[in-house]
Design a protein around this ligand. Structure first.
Ligand code: ZN
Length: 436
C-alpha cells in the first residue's frame, strides 16, 4: 500500500476513498468471511479496470467509476473483486504453484500494479519476479471467474443493489472491447477477467430467476462521479460539459450532482463568484452531504472568507464525525483564519481517534509551525513521513527536532527514543530483499 500511495496515479482524495470504502464494506459485510478487512482506493486512470491484491486491497480506476451508468453497476464490479478475495483465489493459486509464498505474493503485487496500464512493464516485472508462475496468477482461471460472479451476485443481492446491472455492465464492457483491434489496448478489466459467452449466459440465467428491483443511486455516488468528471480534461472543458448539461436540463444523475460538478469545474477554472452562485443553488435543493459542506467551505476559502469556512465546518463536523475531508478542511480553515490554538486542540483530539493518519499529523505540524513550536513541528512532521513509509525524511525531521532549541528535557528524550526506533526500522528494511 505504501508503494501504491507513491504511484503518481494514486488518487489522494479522502472523499472518493471514503465513498469507495463505504460501498465496499456494505458489500463485504454480507460475505461469509466478515473478518477479512478491505481497503479500497482509486487510481486516476481512464481505462476501465479494477483489481484485487493480496491482503484485501482493491484498486478502482477512475475510468471505471465514470463509465458506470448506475451505482449498482459499480457495485457489481466491486462485489466480483471482493469475492476473489473472500474466496481466497490468489492464495489458492499461490499454493497450487508451490512457490515461496511471501516472495511470490510480493512479486504478484508488483506485477499487478505494473500491469495496470502498461502490459510491457508487467512483463518486465514478471521476468524479474517469478516468471511464468506469476503470469498464470495474473489471469484468473475460468473456474475462479465463475465463482467470483456467483458469490459477487449474492453479495450484490443481499446488499440491496440491482443485480441485473451486473450483466448489463459486463455486456457493455464486452461491447467496448470489440472496438479495440489490439487486445492489449482493450479495457484492462477484460484482459484480467476473460468474459466468455458462457460466463454471460451463466449470469443471465441466474438473474432471470430473481425478482425485478429498481434501486436509486445514492447522492454520494452521483457526487463522486461528478467530482471525478469535473477533473477531466481542461478546466474550460469541464465547465462547458456541466454548463451544457444544466442548459439542457439533462439531470440523469439529479440536479444536485450537475450543480455540484459545475461548481467544482468553476473552482478549477478560478471562477469563484460563479462557483459561489452554484453552491447557493445547491443549498436551495436541500441535498444533504458532507461533500457539499466541504465544497462550500472551499469556495469560501478561495473567496478569502476563512472565518466563514471554519464556522461552516465547525458546524458540520459533529454531523459527519467520520468524514476525514471535513476534519482536514476544518483544520485548514482554522489555520487560514489564524486560529492555531483551536486548530491544535481539534487535531490533538482527532489524532486520538485516528493515530495513524499521516495527513492529520502533517496538519498538526503546520499548526505547530504557526505557533512557533519548532520541536513539536518537526516531531509531527516526522510522524507524517514515517506513516507514509518515508523513513529517511522522518529521520531528518527528528534530527531537526533535536536541534530545535525550544523543547524541555522530557520532550528531547522522547525525540531521541523515537529517532532510535526509526533508525532501527531503516536498518531492518535495508536487510530486506528489494522488489525492484
Ligand atoms: Zn475476476
Amino acid at each position: 500500500m505504501l508503494e501504491i500511495r507513491r504511484d503518481p496515479a494514486y488518487l489522494d482524495d479522502p472523499e472518493v476513498a471514503s465513498y469507495l470504502n463505504r460501498l465496499g464494506s456494505r458489500l463485504a459485510s454480507q460475505s461469509s468471511d466478515a473478518r477479512q478487512e478491505f481497503e479500497l482506493f482509486a487510481l486516476r486512470d481512464p481505462t476501465l479496470n479494477a483489481f484485487a491484491m493480496p491482503g484485501g486491497y482493491i484498486g478502482v480506476h477512475s475510468g471505471l467509476i465514470l463509465a458506470a451508468a448506475s451505482e449498482s453497476e459499480l457495485a457489481s464490479v466491486l462485489a466480483h473483486e471482493i469475492s476473489h478475495v473472500t474466496q481466497r483465489h490468489l492464495a489458492r493459486l499461490i499454493n497450487k504453484s508451490g512457490q515461496g509464498q511471501i516472495t511470490s505474493l510480493l512479486g504478484l503485487a508488483v506485477a499487478i500494479l505494473a500491469a495496470r496500464s502498461s502490459p510491457d512493464l508487467a512483463i518486465g516485472a514478471m521476468m524479474a519476479g517469478q516468471g511464468a508462475a506469476i503470469q498464470n496468477q495474473l489471469n484468473y482461471s475460468r473456474d475462479f471467474e465463475r465463482e467470483a460472479d456467483r458469490v459477487g451476485l449474492d453479495l450484490l443481492e443481499r446488499s440491496d443493489f440491482d443485480i441485473r446491472d451486473m450483466s448489463a455492465f459486463f455486456e457493455r464492457l464486452q461491447k467496448y472491447s470489440r472496438l479495440y483491434e489490439n487486445k492489449n489496448s482493450a479495457p484492462g478489466y477484460l484482459r484480467t477477467h476473460p468474459l466468455t459467452t458462457e460466463r454471460l449466459a451463466d449470469l443471465g440465467n441466474r438473474i432471470q430467476s430473481r425478482p425485478y428491483k429498481q434501486v436509486p443511486d445514492s447522492l454520494e455516488f452521483l457526487l463522486v462521479r461528478a467530482k471525478l468528471r469535473s477533473q477531466e480534461g481542461t478546466p474550460r472543458d469541464a465547465v462547458t460539459e456541466f454548463e451544457t448539461r444544466l442548459a439542457e436540463r439533462s439531470f440523469a444523475g439529479g440536479e444536485a450532482a450537475v450543480r455540484y460538478g459545475l461548481a467544482q469545474a468553476y473552482l478549477r477554472d478560478n471562477r469563484v463568484a460563479a462557483a459561489e452562485k452554484e453552491v447557493r443553488e445547491l443549498r436551495r435543493l436541500k441535498s444533504q452531504s458532507p461533500m457539499i459542506e466541504t465544497l462550500d467551505a472551499q469556495v469560501r476559502l478561495k473567496h478569502g472568507d476563512a472565518a466563514g469556512a471554519a464556522a461552516l465546518l465547525r458546524g458540520a463536523q459533529p454531523r459527519f464525525p467520520q468524514e476525514r475531508a471535513i476534519a482536514y478542511g476544518l483544520v485548514e480553515s482554522l489555520l487560514e483564519a489564524r486560529l492555531p490554538d483551536e486548530a491544535l486542540k481539534f487535531a490533538e483530539d482527532d489524532l486520538l481517534s485516528y493515530p495513524s493518519d499521516p495527513k492529520m499529523h502533517f496538519l498538526q505540524a503546520k499548526t505547530y509551525a504557526m505557533l512557533g513550536k519548532r520541536l513539536q513541528q518537526h516531531r509531527a512532521q516526522a510522524e507524517a513521513y514515517a506513516l507514509r513509509g518515508q523513513l529517511p525524511a522522518a529521520v531528518e525531521q527528528l534530527e531537526l527536532a533535536q536541534k530545535s532549541g525550544d523543547g524541555n528535557f522530557y520532550e528531547y528524550s522522547q525525540v531521541d527514543s523515537r529517532l532510535r526506533e526509526i533508525k532501527k526500522r531503516v536498518a531492518d528494511e535495508a536487510k530486506q530483499p528489494k522488489l525492484k
